[in-house]
Design a protein around this ligand. Structure first.
Ligand SMILES: Cc1cc2nc3c(=O)[nH]c(=O)nc-3n(C[C@H](O)[C@H](O)[C@H](O)COP(=O)(O)O)c2cc1C
Length: 365
């Protein structure tokens, strides 16, 4: 073991023991504390202090969540998919003015944006743009890279990793089969990571899927991840844009209560997702190829709720946000297997501080 990792372990041990000796609860602030000893090369290169990225999550990862995560020392990510360009720009301006130079990321699913969304990121000098699911048009990549904006791509297989690297991604988010949301991963996060590491050496890798506590963070760092990307844990935060009932259902769910399926999405077809098993999921689980909405006119599907965007029909992929009303047993409630570890709705700063404390203690053992 190198001298620097020896002294890091020693430092962490001293910190944990010191707190125990004093009888004080070990509360680690996200900055200027042992958190900094978890700072990876990626964190340093991008200017954030703790190796925690909040995942891009359509509907729920809004500007407030991104601000809270970056303010707490991580890298906050706002989903910009489907936003009108003017609204995207005003939210980016709001994030920049709250963060005063701290980094953040904007997430896009390419099918829901146009070149104008990319141009706004360039004119606002967004530090990182993250893509997922669809092939990224080469024009987007060229424009971003010519303007020195970092590009990350989320992948779920060795093949996707090789393609994303060849397309010019600066870092990859490795999504495991446990992850909430859209998911076509080919293996669990901890199985994929070392294989992708071999396939695309010298590429910073961020691990996503099933991580909700400091032990998971420590494990990911130990296996060579430069950071973790966390979705489900942050849905159940005070700052996320999820409906309170959605948050409550995440808190109540156990590890076996999510399933990867192909049930929702006439508005985003044939995209497998992981979500909580409610009545509609239980009804179609194992009977979802072809998808239950396939080859049918979705306007004939019953309306099961109302959202800010209008009525929500059965099999829609729209997620419940605070203004949503309707039948939660019929809605898509995307979440990952980490639901089993989530016992409370907490403010982001508390979640991050807890994870850092736990990770520091785990690594110090
Ligand atoms: C509600 C929800 C919505 C998501 N939407 C997106 C998205 O729009 N773009 C994206 O890159 N990933 C999306 N994801 C996947 C996340 O980026 C990430 O892979 C996942 O949340 C990590 O697993 P975890 O939920 O177990 O932490 C979504 C995940 C969830 C739970």
């Amino acid at each position: 073991m190198s001298n620097s990792s020896n002294s890091r372990r020693k430092f962490l041990k001293q910190t944990a023991l010191g707190a125990a000796f004093l009888g004080a609860p070990l509360v680690v602030q996200a900055e200027n504390t042992p958190a900094n000893s978890l700072q990876t090369t990626l964190c340093k290169a991008y200017g954030f202090s703790v190796p925690i990225v909040s995942a891009g999550m359509a509907f729920v990862a809004n500007a407030d969540l991104a601000i809270a995560v970056s303010t707490s020392g991580g890298l906050g990510q706002m989903s910009g998919s489907g936003f009108p360009v003017d609204y995207l720009q005003s939210e980016i301006k709001r994030i920049k003015s709250a963060l005063k130079g701290k980094p953040f990321a904007i997430n896009f699913l390419p099918r829901f944006i146009q070149l104008e969304h990319i141009e706004v990121c360039i004119s606002e000098q967004v530090p990182v743009v993250v893509f997922f699911w669809d092939e990224v048009p080469s024009q987007y990549l060229e424009r971003l890279k010519a303007n020195k904006i970092k590009v990350w791509i989320q992948v779920g297989s060795i093949q996707e990793a090789i393609q994303a690297k060849a397309a010019g991604a600066d870092a990859l988010i490795v999504q495991g089969i446990e992850a909430g949301g859209h998911n076509r991963s080919t293996a669990s996060a901890f199985s994929l990571l070392p294989n992708i590491k071999k396939a695309v050496p010298n590429t910073p890798l961020i691990l996503a899927g099933g991580i909700a506590d400091g032990q998971g963070l420590a494990a990911a760092l130990t296996m060579g991840a430069e950071a973790v990307s966390i979705g489900t844990r942050f849905i159940a935060s005070s700052e996320s844009n999820a409906h309170p009932e959605y948050k409550n259902r995440i808190v109540k769910a156990e590890v076996h209560d999510t399933v990867r399926h192909n049930i929702f999405g006439y508005d985003f077809p044939d995209a497998t997702v992981r979500g909580i098993r409610n009545k509609i999921v239980a009804e179609f689980e194992g009977k979802d190829y072809p998808a239950p909405y396939a080859n049918k006119n979705h306007e004939t599907f019953p309306i099961i709720g109302q959202s800010a965007m209008g009525p929500i029909r059965r099999f829609s992929g729209v997620l419940p946000t605070p203004e949503t009303t309707g039948d939660f047993e019929q809605m898509s409630l995307l979440a990952g297997e980490s639901v089993g570890l989530i016992k409370d709705i907490q403010p982001v700063a508390e979640i991050i501080n807890q994870m850092i404390t736990e990770a520091s203690n785990s690594l110090a053992k």
